[in-house]
Write a protein that binds this ligand. Structure first.
Ligand SMILES: Nc1ncnc2c1ncn2[C@@H]1O[C@H](COP(=O)(O)OP(=O)(O)OP(=O)(O)O)[C@@H](O)[C@H]1O
Ligand SMILES: [Mg+2]
Length: 272
């Protein structure tokens, strides 16, 4: 099996010397949905920005530490990589730049070289999926923050990537928008890696979770087991989500129940 995402000891420091990722090893299988957790500044966004080659800024330093569908992310193949990976930025304003929402959503499919009819059909469908058809004519900077987030997601969905990489997808969404987004993400048949502080989203959507702190992977295992481990969560600026607190300890939703091969390592083995 070729992993959808593979990080092979990824270490990264920003040009000012800030060490953001240290020896990160992570393998995500095709079709998996993985939650990426960790306190502010732990390196989540930095990690995600490596998956479609936005980082590192200077490629010779990358050292082949990131592979997408078995293909090393490198300066020479960013086009191929970006067809496969749809990345939602943490800040929607970094992602939206066209004159109207509709043009913004069309930008990705146009880059894929699709014909005008196919582009128009994909844009319409994506706007319907995120509930933004009525705002297609608006300049993106005239949208509310939750609407911008939906517009970003529409732009990704219109490209039908095989890997969706989402940075805080529910931030700024109202409760209904959040529920709709979760339902929509559940229905999308892509491999998903979701960085988020929304632990309940992780419980609902991601059978597996990874905790990052100080640029290192601290834990990687079945979501229910990790998030139920209060000392582990508290030690890394997280908390046991309410959705688990109100649940009987033996009651675990099928989606969050790990398979035997995914059983969590003892805490001592988890910390690297
Ligand atoms: N452009 C930059 N230049 C220098 N350091 C940076 C830059 N961007 C981020 N950092 C630093 O890199 C580290 C990781 O930041 P990152 O944005 O990846 O964290 P995060 O886990 O996404 O945090 P948050 O939960 O706040 O979104 C932090 O120490 C941060 O201050
Ligand atoms: Mg971030």
């Amino acid at each position: 099996m070729i992993p959808a995402i593979q990080l092979n000891g990824l270490t990264y420091a920003y040009p000012d010397g800030t060490a953001a990722l240290r020896e990160v090893r992570l393998t995500v299988a095709p079709g998996e949905c993985v939650g990426l957790l960790g306190p502010n500044g732990s390196g989540k966004s930095t990690l995600l920005r490596h998956l479609n080659g936005i980082l590192p800024e200077r490629f010779p330093e990358a050292g082949g530490a990131v592979a997408i569908q078995g293909e090393a992310v490198a300066a020479g193949n960013l086009g191929v990589i970006r067809r496969q990976v749809g990345l939602m930025f943490q800040d929607a304003d970094d992602q939206l730049f066209c004159a109207t929402v509709r043009e913004d959503v069309a930008f990705g499919p146009q880059q894929l070289g699709l014909g005008p009819e196919e582009v128009a059909a994909r844009v319409q469908h994506a706007l319907e999926e995120v509930g933004l058809v009525h705002l297609g004519h608006r300049p993106p900077h005239h949208l509310s923050s939750g609407e911008k987030r939906r517009a970003c997601l529409a732009g990704l969905l219109a490209c039908a990537p095989s890997i969706l990489v989402l940075d805080e997808p529910t931030s700024g969404l109202d409760p209904r928008g959040r529920r709709e987004l979760i339902a929509l993400l559940r229905s999308v048949r892509a491999t998903k890696l979701i960085a988020t502080h929304d632990l309940e989203l992780v419980v609902e959507l991601c059978p597996r979770a990874v905790i990052l702190d100080g640029g290192r992977i601290i834990a990687d295992g079945p979501t229910a087991a990790l998030l139920d481990d209060e000392p582990l969560m508290l030690a890394h600026g997280l908390e046991r989500p309410h959705i688990l607190q109100h649940r009987h300890p033996h009651e675990v939703k099928p989606e969050t129940r790990g398979t035997k091969s995914e059983a969590p390592a003892p805490a001592s083995e988890r910390a690297r």
